[in-house]
Each structure stands twice: as C-alpha cells, then as structure tokens.
Ligand binder design. Structure first.
Ligand code: SDX
Length: 435
C-alpha cells in the first residue's frame, strides 16, 4: 500500500503568546505553492493583510500561468509566443474557454458559432444616440455592454451550462461589433453590419474601417496583426480587471454585467488605459533629445509622472508580449510604408531606460502596452480606441475565468476583511454641542 505523502504545512507562531498553528500548503502544477489561510481567523482571530494583493492567491485556475522572473506566459500550457505565431485568436479563445486548442472540426464549429452571434439587437443602436460624439469610447462600452443583459434574457441563468455557454459566445462575438460601432459613432460614420464571410479580425477591421459607399480593401497584413494583437491581450491570470470580473461574478451577477465591470476597471491608466497613455506620453516627449528630461521626471518621487508602458506587478523581466508586439510593429510599419517617428522615440526610450540604474534596479521593463499603441495608430485607430481594443481581446479571458469560477463546486461571494484604523465606539454628540 503506497504511503500517502504527508501533508505539507507552515507553522505560524504567535511570539507574544507562544501559540502556534499549522497551515496547509497547496502545490500547483507549476509555480509558487500557496499557504491555505482559510482557517486563520477562526483559529487565531487574525486576518491576513495584503492591500493590493501582492502576495495573495485569490483562486485556483487552469487557464493562464505567468512566471514573472523568467518572462513566461502560458495559456492552457501553450507559450504565448507559439500561440501568437501559429494560432488564430478564435483558436486561443477556444483553448481558454474549453481547455484546449480545437481540432479542425471543433475549430470550424466554434468559428461558425461566434460568427452567427456577431449582430446585436437592432435597438442597441439606439443607445449610441444618447452619447455625445466625443464621449470617451470606454464610457460608451461600459454602458452598452451592461445593457446587453436587457436584451438576452435567455442566457442570464448562470446555473444553466447551456445559458452560460450562450452568454460567453454572445459576449465574445458581440463586443467587437459594439466596439466598432463605438468607433463609427465617434467619427460620425454609419455603423457597418458584421459580415459572415470574414474571419473574426477581418470582420472587426471591416466594421471599423469599411464604409457603405465602396467595397473595403482588406489588408492581410493588418488582419494578421489585428489577430496577433488580440491573442496577446486575451488573458493574463488574475490581473485587476479579471479579478473585478470574478468578484462581480461571485455575487451571481449576470455575465454581461460582470464583463461591463471588467471594462470599467481596465480603463484605468495603470492597467489597460496604459496603451493610450503610452502614445500620449510619446507625443509629449516628441523627439529623442527630450527623452532624458522625461526619464528624470519618471525617477522624481515628487513628480507623479511615470514612464507609461514600463513596469509590471508580476513581470520582473521582459513582458513576453512586448517582444512579439515590437516585431509586429516593425512588420506593420514596413508593410504600410510608414516611417513613424514615435517608433524611433519608443525604441530610443526603451534603450536608455534599460541602461538606467533606476529602471534596472526596479526591474522595470517594457510591458504589453509599450508597443501596442504604435501598431494600432499605424492601423488607423485613434488613441482613445486603444483600450477598447484591449477590452475586445480580454473579453475572452474574462468570460473564460468567469466560467471557470462559476463551474467551481462551491461558488461563494468574495468578501475581503480589513484592518480598521478609525475611531473606537464613542457617544453621539448632538449638533448644538459640536465644535
Ligand atoms: C497591464 O496585471 C496585469 O497582468 C496587467 C496587464 C494585463 O495583461 O492584464 O499586464 C496589463 O496593466 C500592464 C501594465 C500597464 N501599466 C503601465 O504601463 C503604467 C506604468 N506602470 C506602473 O504604473 C506600474 O509599473 C504598474 C502599475 C504596472 C505596477 O505597479 P506596482 O507593481 O504596484 O509597482 P510599484 O508602483 O510598487 O513600483 C515599484 C517601484 C516604485 O519605486 P520605489 O517606490 O521602489 O522607489 O517602481 C517604480 C515605483 O515608483 N515604478 C515606476 C514605474 N513603475 C513602477 N517608476 C517610473 N515609471 C514606471 N512606469
């Protein structure tokens, strides 16, 4: 009879009272093990304290693995470099949603399923009329995505696997349509209906840049670059917006509302909003000779300016996605014959920063947002649309993580505690006695 391996534990000792408790250690497939603290409060009356979750595992997940020290990113075990080089975005979506890359039959069926959900209810068009044309596209997306739950009542029951799958397909398929409509509305052009004869990324480019007045000339290079950009942004473990989606989902909110919550969180310049902020920063720098001035600003603790597109909570090495995007930027600019001075400034900024001790000591490398904006601008997107494009891709990761959570045996509402530092109980003071 094989001996079961003894349970791995950590012993926690209270140095004031000498009391100690054993905390179970759980191992993953690869990566750091975790100390299970679920019994800590019941047995010690203490909470853990980790305000921005730098050392907290919030869930178990089988979707994405990141090794920040080595610059490794895997989706269902496949490296991001292999996926970006060899797969389509919908193949990656299938892997994240269902656990593996599709075979030929599954791929065709999944592509057809997504394609036939790309249209939105005709009344959704009316929501756009309520926005100013110069509304930030992310404000529009927050609104129209949450509004989808008003139209698709047949896929709101999160306990029905078929309805869960239907809402996942609808979100993956319709958010590109809503994103393209958001762009069209902002420039006063008519909405373009999806076309079922185009691939996911071809269709998105068509809905953004096509016009009813003439046939749209599809560029295979741009369609390939768009698909690659979507793959690189598809999922990224328990980042801020994914954690937002999971927390919203833990209350049993419907999936459309959860994804809208993720979009709201992604908007922040510390997160998905960084790709827009990178281009605005490069435009502010303007030329290579001003780079030293901005490097000093980024190092100045009294200056809130940060080098946008640099640094990452997890990657303390190159963000593997940045490397793929840097090459894609070269390919797209060469194909379009664009000599974008911003790319020159970006590459010089990267070179200088990576030699500067401040950035080297803090392991601040270019992240996924550093090069993506340069490609997107070359493709014709305004900077205000960059985070929307991030949301189009990340919807796949968000809804896959949401589905994984809902399918866990016991869904419990996420409800963190705190270290209270406010006043202890005190007597009420009538207004006439207040100073
Ligand atoms: C994304 O989590 C994910 O996976 C996100 C994402 C995904 O795919 O979902 O990868 C997408 O959000 C990428 C990150 C995009 N954001 C930016 O590019 C904005 C600029 N970067 C920083 O704001 C910052 O690096 C963060 C927010 C990304 C990470 O912040 P942390 O982990 O909280 O790091 P920190 O603020 O504690 O910084 C550590 C030190 C500090 O200096 P000291 O106090 O040690 O002296 O590094 C400094 C910071 O001041 N620092 C920077 C800097 N980033 C960190 N200094 C100048 N410029 C920067 N960009």
């Amino acid at each position: 009879m094989s001996q079961e391996a003894p349970e791995k534990t950590f012993t926690l000792t209270n140095d004031q009272t000498g009391e100690s408790m054993k905390l179970p250690v759980k191992d993953g497939t690869i990566g750091p093990s975790v100390i299970d603290v679920r019994k800590l409060y019941a047995e010690t009356g203490h909470f853990t304290f980790d305000p921005s979750f730098t050392a907290t595992g919030s869930c178990k997940s089988r979707l994405t693995y990141i090794d920040g020290e080595e610059g490794i990113l895997l989706h269902r075990g496949y490296s991001i470099e292999d996926l970006a080089e060899n797969s389509t975005f919908l193949e990656v979506a299938h892997a994240l949603l269902y656990g593996d890359l599709p075979n030929a039959k599954e791929k065709e069926a999944f592509e057809r399923e997504i394609t036939y959900h790309t249209m939105v209810h005709e009344q959704v068009h009316l929501f756009y009329r309520g926005f100013r044309r110069d509304a930030h596209p992310m404000s529009v997306m927050c609104g129209v995505v949450a509004a989808l739950s008003a139209f698709y009542h047949d896929s709101l029951d999160i306990w029905d696997p078929k309805q869960r799958e239907l809402s996942a397909h609808r979100l993956i398929a319709k958010i590109p349509t809503l994103a393209a409509m958001t762009y069209k509305y902002s420039i006063g052009q008519p909405f373009m209906y999806p076309r079922n004869d185009l691939s996911f990324s071809e269709n998105f480019l068509y809905m953004c840049f096509g016009v009813p007045a003439e046939p749209y000339r599809m560029s295979p290079v741009l369609a390939d670059a768009m698909d690659k950009i979507f793959i690189l942004h598809a999922d990224h473990e328990q980042n801020a917006s994914t954690s937002t989606v999971r927390l919203a989902g833990s209350s049993q909110a419907n999936p459309f509302a959860c994804i809208a919550a993720g979009i709201a969180c992604l908007w922040g310049p510390s997160h998905g909003g960084a790709n827009q902020a990178v281009l605005e920063m490069l435009e502010e720098i303007g030329s290579k000779d001003r780079i030293p001035e901005f490097i000093e600003k980024a190092k100045d603790k009294d200056d809130p300016f940060r080098l946008m597109g640099f640094g990452h909570r997890v990657y303390k090495n190159f963000d593997p996605r940045a490397g793929v995007l840097k090459k894609a930027a070269d390919d797209v600019l060469n194909d379009l014959g664009i000599d974008d001075p911003m790319l020159e400034v970006a590459m010089e900024l990267e070179r200088i920063a990576l030699e500067d001790p401040y950035f080297v000591e803090r392991k601040l490398f270019p992240n996924v947002d550093f090069y993506s904006g340069i490609i997107l601008r070359a493709m014709g997107f305004p900077t205000s649309m960059f985070t929307v494009l991030f949301a189009v891709a990340r919807t796949v990761g968000w809804i896959s993580q949401w589905k994984e959570m809902i399918e866990e045996p016991s869904l419990r509402i996420g409800r963190p505690r705190q270290l209270y530092t406010g006043p202890a109980a005190r007597p009420y003071v009538p207004i006439e006695d207040r100073d």
